[in-house]
Design a protein around this ligand. Sequence first.
Ligand code: HEM
Length: 491
Amino acid sequence: MLSSYLLLFTVALVASNFIYKFAHKYRNLPPGPLGVPILGYLPFLDVSNLGEAFKNIAKTYGDIFSLRVGTEMAVVLNSYESIKAAFSKTELCARPNTFMFRFFSQGENGIASTSGEKWEVQRKFTHSNLKALGFGQNKMESFIKDEIHDLIELLEEKSKGGQPVEIGYDINVSIVNVIWALITGERKPHHDQKLRDFLTSVNKGIELASTSGILLFMPFLVKIFPESMFGIDKMRKWMKHSYSYLQEVIDEHKVNHTDVSSNQDFIDAFLSEMKKDGAHPSFNEFQLLVLCSELFGAGGEPTSVTLKWALRFLALNPHVQAKAQAEIQQVVGNNRMVDLEDRPNLPYVQAMIHEIIRFSDIHPIGVMHSPSEDTELEGFKLPKGTFIFPNFHAVHRDPRHWEKPEELYPEHWLDANGQFVPNHDGFIAFGAGKRKCPGQEVAQMELFSFVANLIQKFNFSLPASDCGTLETSMGCVVSPKPYDLVLEARY
Ligand code: HEM
């Protein structure tokens, strides 16, 4: 009898200690809905449309709310102002230290899934070199123009006879090829088998990453069930495949890159940095391998998906397409390609590109951050390790910032004189603060060049069988379901 009392007493003591610690850790969290044990609020969320689901919860609990997703505590930020305030704090710019993030960064390599000093050093290097190699460089612009030229030829051939065609894969090859050129210094022909195999392994990895999404919220599952249940084994295989190809290219660079004062591409720049006296220890070959692979995933996928959305939106909004074509006709004509230098003279086209990026909303709940230490935000306490979701969808559809949030309306970006205004409160597609996308300039440069040159050459429309819905496929980013387009050559 006494032993039963003792047992009961011990259980009660352990439970109350747990509850006390839990309540203490999470006191002063923002308010939010209650969930159920283990699953938290997950069963009540429309996971296919989390941006909208979070937006609705914010109507009850306010701009900043908390909820449990699986076993993880999360805080959701639903306004431009709260995301900017949060991400200006260094302590809120770390990534969660969980199984999936460690898996993608192969421990703690690359930049997209890492935190702390190594992240800061590597990110600074990546950002400045992407800018130096890509932005405004003649060599890079000529790579892009050659790529567009080849793409146009291919599309002319493919769409001969006026039948509807699916061009998603061709777009994907072109965009990845531009990033390939930035990283390796050479452009591959579209039919290059190695490039296609590489693209397949990158795409397979991205596809499988969404299958394993549940591990983000319930990391303990990987300790109970076999990895194969979540596609981790297959993902490992595809990652190994892309790493081995990248390693070959890095090895070639090591042999050929002897002049550290002349860096032709990203790999050259990294190898030069490695050779510097006193270089940070994170400049090592494995880091280079993971970083290059990340640039393909983090850079190639969002840009090609945005381009796929762009052509669908333009087909659905012929008045926007026609207005941009008229501006190009007037400024550039059709005897030469549209150059980056034409940008200041093409305000409507620039506005249209920015509006496409806003409207396509490819990262509806952004990319997760996590406090590196307990941090105050707007009077709330965010404990170390909490997941932070910036709800970009809520911001991009916020009527306080956008006159017509549910429409593709390039005029959002034009002033009363029709001049392009590049900075717009409420535009958050590339993130905010210290962890903002380091590829923003490259992405904007690519999107401008591809869209402007494609609409200079073709009219894009949908086949009669397409009723114009905006169906999406879920992955790391939200992309349009594969669709056919009718391409009509304009000259
Ligand atoms: C339309 C195209 C793109 C969009 C919308 C986009 C958006 C984003 C967003 C929202 C983030 C997360 C920021 C955060 O954690 O708060 C991000 C991170 C990142 N992006 Fe982009 N991106 C695009 C293109 C690119 C390109 C072209 C590159 C490189 C060539 C690139 C490289 C990266 C990298 C390396 C990160 C991780 C940065 C870090 O964790 O510090 N992105 N991007």
